[in-house]
Design a protein around this ligand. Structure first.
Ligand SMILES: Cc1cc2nc3c(=O)[nH]c(=O)nc-3n(C[C@H](O)[C@H](O)[C@H](O)COP(=O)(O)OP(=O)(O)OC[C@H]3O[C@@H](n4cnc5c(N)ncnc54)[C@H](O)[C@@H]3O)c2cc1C
Length: 416
């Protein structure tokens, strides 16, 4: 059986659901296909930060040297499993090419524009729809125990201020004042104003409910298996639950966009970047402030009744195994930075794959190879942050409208 649909979205993470939302808002008919449950991928257990002030890209001068040092430490927050995978080798080559100061300076304003547009859309969505996702806008505090880390953070603050980012350097007493559970080992911190936080899966599932309320069709447990094409047109999308004859196709399958793209002979440079999170019961009186245990690269986010600590970037392919040493390193970081962390009641340990692009910018735009394919993927570590603006940009591309932001830096063809 083949079902004819206007706009077919592949992937029920934050990106696919935000695309469905903005298309439905524009009065278009949408069908979203998800192989598991909504927010079952990377959009489930992440740190839940709307990191609008997070603008320094991952590829930067010095990152490769630091990364090589960490390779020798099995409990380190960053790891690349050496393996003879040509896609990984190509990805690393492109990543290396982006590790320049020029790339950093070019990227900061692009990411800040994405971030502030998205934060405004989050505010508008929450004003319009009562989503049960513990959304709060309180900024974020970066904590340091090592002088070298604090010195580096202050340099980053100076750099970001040049681009208009609001932040303050804090001494140990000021940190204690803002975040009373900080241990005595904290020597200082940096506070950034432009962050919000929430429970990511509650947001994505709540928004999917809004889409259904607007007449959109959400098909879970429906896996895309392949495509049929005729010239530059996708004529059929084959799934475990029947075939679809689509008007437009939006590929928003996170890190799985790369293997799906291959079925269309597209070579999207996206690598799975595995990360872990531990969700615990939030202790009574714990402050409503996300903090970063910076030297250990662990994010700590309050989410309603829960407290989540997330960390680690492991590039080991689609390997779902949990490396206990890295998870234990996050637990140790909690004890080092936060008083009372020993008694936390853990609820869930999770891992997920960030869809990592080599230059830390997403792919948003029409495919050059197919006239009815739009890519919305490769959001690396900031997909939650950039979900709404991505959804809006895709809706504008489909409507043939002038997009709110210049799409050139996000061109899916930029590595071709
Ligand atoms: C530990 C960790 C912490 C993070 N913290 C943050 C943060 O604080 N802030 C932030 O902005 N970002 C954060 N991120 C990154 C963020 O989670 C991702 O960038 C974002 O979730 C990507 O969304 P997505 O919709 O592209 O992908 P996903 O959420 O992975 O969704 C893709 C969906 O496509 C579906 N799919 C795949 N293949 C098929 C198929 N064949 N057919 C149908 N469906 C398919 C999958 O099942 C999945 O549900 C973090 C990530 C990790 C791992």
């Amino acid at each position: 059986m083949t079902t004819k649909v206007d706009h077919l979205i592949i992937g029920g993470g934050v990106i696919g659901v935000c695309v469905a939302y903005f298309l439905a808002e524009a009065g278009r008919s949408v069908t979203l296909l998800e192989k598991g449950d909504i927010a079952g991928g990377s959009s489930y257990g992440n740190a839940g930060l709307i990191a609008s002030g997070h603008a320094i890209p991952m590829p930067a001068p010095g990152v490769l040297t630091q990364g090589l040092r960490w390779l020798l430490d099995s409990a380190s927050p960053f790891y690349i499993k050496p393996r003879p995978d040509p896609d990984l080798v190509r990805w690393l080559w492109r990543f290396r090419g982006a590790c320049t100061q020029e790339h950093v300076l070019r990227t900061i304003p692009i990411v800040l524009a994405l971030g502030s547009a998205s934060l405004a859309l989050y505010e508008a969505i929450h004003a319009r729809h009562p989503l049960d996702d513990a959304y709060q806008r309180k900024g974020r505090l970066f904590l340091y125990r090592a002088q070298s880390g604090l010195d580096h953070a202050r340099k980053d603050l100076d750099l970001l201020r040049r681009f208009g980012v609001e932040g303050e350097a804090l001494d140990a007493a000021a940190v204690q004042n803002r975040f009373p559970p900080a241990t005595e080992s904290i020597i200082g911190g940096v506070y950034y104003r432009n962050y919000a936080h929430f429970s990511p899966a509650h947001f994505v599932r709540g928004l999917a409910g809004v889409v259904e309320g607007q007449g959109g069709i959400i098909r879970t447990q429906t896996e895309v298996l392949g495509f049929e094409t005729s010239g530059k047109h996708i004529t059929k999308v084959r799934t475990t639950r029947g075939d679809f004859d689509p008007g437009e196709v939006v590929l928003a399958a996170g890190t799985w966009s790369a293997p799906l793209g291959k079925m269309l002979r597209l070579h999207l440079p996206i690598q799975p970047g595995k990360g872990y999170s531990i969700t615990a019961k939030r202790p009574p009186g714990y402050p409503e402030l996300p903090v970063q245990l910076s030297d250990a690269k662990v994010a700590l986010t309050p989410m309603g009744d829960a407290l989540r600590f997330s960390s680690t970037l492991e590039m080991a392919g689609f390997d779902m195994r949990i490396n206990q040493r890295r998870v234990d390193a996050s637990r140790q970081a909690m004890r080092d930075y936060v008083q009372g962390a020993e008694g936390l009641e853990e609820l869930e340990v999770w891992r997920g794959f960030r869809p990592m692009s080599p230059d830390d910018l997403p792919f948003i735009g029409r495919s050059r190879s197919y006239d009815n394919l739009i890519l919305a993927t490769g959001h690396s570590s900031t997909g939650m942050t950039h979900g709404p603006i991505t959804g809006k940009l895709v809706a504008q591309i489909i409507a043939g409208e002038e997009p709110d932001l210049d799409l050139t830096p996000f061109s899916p063809a930029r590595f071709s």
